[in-house]
Design a protein around this ligand. Structure first.
Ligand code: SAM
Length: 226
């Protein structure tokens, strides 16, 4: 895959929450860090097998872990620069079972019905209001096989502050509170057997645009389609 240096401009009114950066100027690792400890532990513990879709994968902080367990991983994002960095950062031994696909998560996914055994999505779903989230969950349900597994996280009570102490928000992002998000996820995934875990994080994202410190409570959900 060729390296894509051109930034993808955010269009928050259209729910395109990209960073607008050249990912190859951000150093070797993911701009989102090595991964949240709690999510990493869950990924280590649970079964990930067959064909997986990493939705809004970004530059891939969790993707190689998925690749180490699954038979095949499709990494998707609207930002081709992020996908290109993900591909180049993937150990060569895994590249034969990796495909990258540009998609807008708010539109119909470019995959057939029941094409994946599992779907993984982190750091993203909290950005969308509940009607858009409903459409995303419905597309997840369409492309997931019966008995397929979904692993997502969902950030709530988010506070982002710039290095100067200014509060940062993205477009019309909904800023869910913890209990309302749990209830919403239970309702959207009502046709799944759901396991929810609660966690909290304070993290600095120096390479985000603009850089910010994030604090939030978040939910990690494992949902198995009935
Ligand atoms: C906070 S990052 C999380 C990346 C990755 N999932 C992780 O946990 O490291 C959010 C990702 O969502 C992508 N994104 C934003 N809006 C999108 C959209 N409408 N469709 C698909 N991807 C989108 C961004 O490009 C970015 O890679």
């Amino acid at each position: 895959m060729k390296k894509i240096y051109v930034p993808t401009t955010p269009e928050e009114e259209r729910y395109i929450f990209t960073e607008g950066i050249n990912y190859f100027s951000t150093g070797e690792g993911s701009i989102w860090g090595a991964g949240d400890d709690y999510t990493l532990k869950i990924l280590e513990r649970i079964q990930v097998k067959g064909k997986w879709l990493n939705l809004a994968s970004g530059d891939g902080r969790y993707n190689s872990i998925l690749l180490s367990k699954a038979d095949f991983v499709t990494a998707s994002d609207i930002d081709e620069g992020a996908l290109s960095k993900l591909w180049h950062g993937t150990p060569e031994k895994f590249r034969h079972k990796l495909k990258t696909v540009k998609l807008n998560i708010t539109e119909e996914f470019p995959f057939d019905d029941m094409s994946f055994d599992g779907i993984f999505c982190t750091g993203t779903l909290h950005l969308f209001p509940n009607n858009v989230l409903g459409n995303i969950v419905s597309e997840i349900g369409r492309v997931l096989k019966p008995k397929g597994r979904v692993i997502i996280d969902f950030a709530t009570e988010i506070k982002r502050t710039s290095p100067e102490g200014k509060v940062i928000t993205f477009g019309k992002e909904p800023l869910y509170n913890f209990d309302e998000a749990k209830a919403l996820l239970r309702s959207l995934f009502r046709n799944y057997s759901v396991e929810m875990h609660d966690s909290e994080v304070v993290e600095e994202f120096q390479a985000a645009n603009p850089p910010y410190k994030l604090s939030c409570r978040f939910i990690v959900m494992i949902a198995d389609k009935n």
